[in-house]
Design a binder for this molecule. Structure first.
Ligand code: FNR
Length: 182
């Protein structure tokens, strides 16, 4: 049985490399995972005054995450951390329903620089350790795709064999982890 994965795209721009990377993974692993891209673009700004009566964008976003078997975060780096839009979306997940708690989850990320969003991913791991979020996070398997703009062709397929091999390994490790913890 395929695992339904809500892939939270941590960038809100149209030409996001992180989105392209997830679109590539969606095709490459279609026999193993049903990856559904979840946008953060319509998630309203979190405000504790309205958390018990959330607006439509937040409701949809939370539902998409809650209804999935697993979660994938695709993370860009903004100023050595995750983008504010992603943090805002995560804040919604931490309230009324704790949609992420216990959900098998893994993280990937890319940037045009060499470090592949490592600092953002370190912050994300710290954020997710809050008890109101606390997914079952795949240990290790840290995916830092640097110089992403040089690793995609015009069809947005990954052309770098080392990256493909590593993604294959991480996806297999995640499926093994999922079957163990679920
Ligand atoms: C960036 N970028 C960036 N890159 C990086 O390696 N470290 C950083 O601290 C930052 N900071 C940063 C701040 C802001 C406001 C922007 C707009 C960009 C570059 C960024 O990671 C790059 O544009 C990625 O391609 C963004 O991800 P998406 O949108 O392509 O998925």
């Amino acid at each position: 049985m395929s695992i339904k994965v809500a892939a939270i795209i941590g960038s809100n721009r149209k030409e996001s490399y992180n989105r392209k990377l997830v679109e590539y993974m969606k095709k490459r692993y279609a026999d193993k995972l049903v990856i559904e891209l979840v946008s953060i673009n319509e998630v309203e700004m979190f405000n504790a005054d309205i958390e018990n009566d959330p607006p439509q964008g937040a409701i949809e976003f939370k539902k998409n995450v809650r209804n999935a078997d697993a979660v994938l975060f695709a993370v860009p780096e903004y100023n050595f951390s995750i983008p504010g839009a992603l943090k805002n979306a995560i804040d919604w997940l931490s309230r009324s329903g704790n949609d992420l708690v216990g959900k098998p989850t893994f993280i990937i990320g890319s940037s045009m620089g060499v470090l592949g969003s490592v600092r953002a991913q370190m912050h994300l791991r710290e954020i997710l350790s809050n008890p109101n979020l606390q997914p079952q996070l795949l240990p290790g398997n840290e995916v830092y795709v640097g110089a992403i703009h040089t690793k995609l062709n015009e069809q947005n397929e990954v052309t770098d064999q080392a990256t493909i091999d590593f993604l294959d390994k991480v996806v297999n490790n995640f499926i093994e982890f999922y079957n163990k913890v679920k």
